[in-house]
Design a protein around this ligand. Structure first.
Ligand SMILES: [Zn+2]
Length: 325
């Protein structure tokens, strides 16, 4: 079985020339391709496999992360008219904070203003006390390096994700958002509303947890991890009208972003399946032996899954490396 993950899926945005997303037309073409090449796993078969952990399923299951409006506005209608189902993983803390999740703040700052301008704005806000000790020298060596837009984008993300202490990251992002984005308007446009979580469930989609705050779990205490898991499932049970099976998706999804406590706590919370971002097929051994660490493929690795930037779409003859692994 191949589980594929998606984030932004939409037509070309009007005002974000550097924004990276999967164009709706490419999404449609990819669904055609996946249906022809691999077929889709039936919902009932998937649920049975999740309960029994014994079935070997062939075909594709689709997953959509982060509770984005795109998934209600563009993905759901497309799935419905094709008779398909999917899983939607939602970080529930946004409904309390009213703020964009950290990665989404970065995507929108970069998407609207580009890497070079945002890197300069970021560097202008950093003082030495904000840096994590072991990265201080590295920051000094890289600062104000001559960069094109793409390398500036990478550097912006690197500084944000690795060089800054967590508190400083929040302070700096708050400041950038105040100056460069209308966060309240973005929030409205970016995320589905709780009532739409219910709509997804009512339409036969599977709703799952993507934590409360979309934090790196391996940096949290076991107690804080437990709260992230329990509170998000509690919220989603209520919002969806009852989840049935509890399915989780790790924020960021790489093996260093969660730990043995995370897996244990998921098990204790009654979670039956959890997805990572390890890029390979789900095997029968995974379902039987490691159902709380199931791999998923990035949709970018399959035909038509290549990202668009702003209004620029990849050429039709560009086929991403065929993800037949
Ligand atoms: Zn996510």
């Amino acid at each position: 079985m191949k589980a594929l993950y998606y984030h932004y899926v939409r037509p070309a945005p009007a005002d974000m020339p550097h924004f990276r997303y999967l164009h709706l037309e490419d999404f449609r073409a990819q669904l055609d391709y996946l249906g022809e090449q691999h077929g889709f796993v039936e919902r009932a078969d998937f649920l049975e496999a999740a309960r029994e952990r014994a079935n070997v399923l062939r075909g594709v299951v689709l997953t959509f992360d982060d509770g984005l409006r795109d998934h209600v506005d563009y993905v759901l209608p497309e799935l419905e008219c094709r008779g398909l189902w999917a899983m939607f993983f939602i970080s529930t803390g946004i409904y309390k904070s009213g703020e964009l999740l950290t990665p989404h703040r970065a995507h929108h700052l970069l998407g609207s203003h580009g890497g070079a301008d945002m890197l300069a704005a970021l560097q202008g806000r950093i003082t030495p006390d904000m840096l994590v000790n072991e990265h201080r020298e590295e920051f000094r060596n890289n600062t104000y390096a001559d960069q094109d837009n793409d390398s500036a984008t990478s550097e912006f993300k690197r500084i944000l994700n690795y060089f800054l202490a967590p508190d400083a990251r929040k302070t700096v992002l708050d400041s950038l958002m105040r100056e460069y984005c209308d966060e309240a308007a973005l929030f409205e446009a970016l995320y589905m509303k709780p009532v739409e979580i219910r709509l997804l469930a009512d339409k036969g989609m599977i709703v799952g947890s993507h934590s409360v705050s979309h934090s790196v779990f391996s940096t949290l205490s076991p107690k804080a991890q437990a709260r992230e898991i329990t509170d998000s499932f509690d919220f989603l049970e209520e919002a969806s009208g009852g989840l049935g099976l509890r399915i989780f998706c790790y924020p960021y999804g790489h093996s260093h972003t969660y730990d043995a406590d995370t897996v244990r706590l998921l098990k204790e919370s009654g979670c039956c399946l959890a997805f990572t971002a390890e890029h390979r097929d789900v095997t029968a051994d995974d379902m039987a032996g490691a159902p709380l660490e199931l791999p998923r493929h990035d949709c970018n690795a399959f035909a038509h899954g290549r990202a668009s930037y702003g209004s620029l779409r990849p050429r039709g003859d560009q086929i991403a490396s065929e993800g037949a692994v």
